[in-house]
Design a binder for this molecule. Structure first.
Ligand SMILES: [Zn+2]
Ligand SMILES: [Zn+2]
Length: 255
């Protein structure tokens, strides 16, 4: 039987941590029954992919939750590498419209040929590939970038990814209950009214609502690193009764 794994190529979030590389960045590599999905290829993704023993040419699907550079800066490099200069296109790119069109698209025009199927994310949409379904779930409120939460599932497993954004009520309704893994971009320890990112307090509410089998916190700011993500995860676990893991660079979780 094929094993399902998710590898955290990087765990940094926020300007200082990512752009001074206090933690790696580069997104997550999800292997769901042999299908390889690269999620949020931020700065360094290309390097981290090979460093962790993967090969870009094995990528089936690339997913970008939103166009901010910490989630998309290596998109072009990865597509170039994965497709050998567009000769062997990747099967699908899932992303909001502003990643591929508008005044300042992230994906370079010449690389569009490197994508077989362009799937534009909108709340409620579902995209299928082989035995996998990618569901576009909650629309997030996030600075100047269309942002969506996503779920990846097959008949047996479900992974939920809650990317960056301000906490609001719909986040407690739109996602699935009891996922195998629920990943939260937990940038801050406490909510910061004017900064549109999730905090550990918000995440606790979501864990208590959705009761995943396992929760992972990642995408840490400097403040979060100073507060020790492991200690925060422990507290969330104690208060929710759900297993909570603080991601580390290169961490691989099987499920
Ligand atoms: Zn962002
Ligand atoms: Zn971010």
């Amino acid at each position: 039987m094929l094993k399902n794994t998710i590898t955290f190529l990087g765990t940094g979030g926020g300007r200082v941590v990512v752009f001074r590389q206090l933690r790696h960045s580069g997104g997550m590599w999800l292997n769901l029954e042999g299908v390889n999905i690269l999620i949020d290829p931020g700065p360094g993704s290309l390097i981290r992919i090979f460093e962790r023993g993967f090969d870009t040419r094995d990528i089936d699907i690339i997913v970008v939750s939103h166009r901010h550079l910490d989630h998309s800066a290596d998109l072009n490099a990865v597509v170039e590498s994965a497709t050998e200069s567009t000769k062997h296109p990747v099967s699908m790119l899932v992303c909001p419209k502003d990643v591929v069109s508008g005044d300042e698209p992230i994906l370079l025009k010449y690389l569009r040929k490197g994508i077989k199927r362009l799937s534009i994310a909108k709340e409620g949409k579902k995209f299928e590939y082989k035995n996998i379904e990618i569901d576009i779930k909650v629309k997030h409120i996030h600075t100047g970038a269309e942002t969506y939460g996503l779920e990846f599932s097959n008949r047996k497993k479900k992974i939920v990814y809650v990317p960056c954004g301000k906490f609001y009520e719909d986040m407690l309704k739109g996602y699935s209950y009891g996922a195998d893994i629920m990943i939260f971009n937990t940038t801050f320890v406490k909510p910061k009214g004017n900064i549109l990112h999730l905090s550990a307090e918000d995440v606790l509410q979501m864990i208590n609502t959705y009761k995943p089998k396992k929760a992972v916190i990642t995408h840490f700011s400097l403040e979060m690193l100073k507060s020790n993500p492991k200690a925060i995860a422990k507290r969330l676990q104690r208060e929710s009764g759900v297993q909570v893991i603080a991601a580390e660079d290169g961490m691989r979780v099987s499920f």
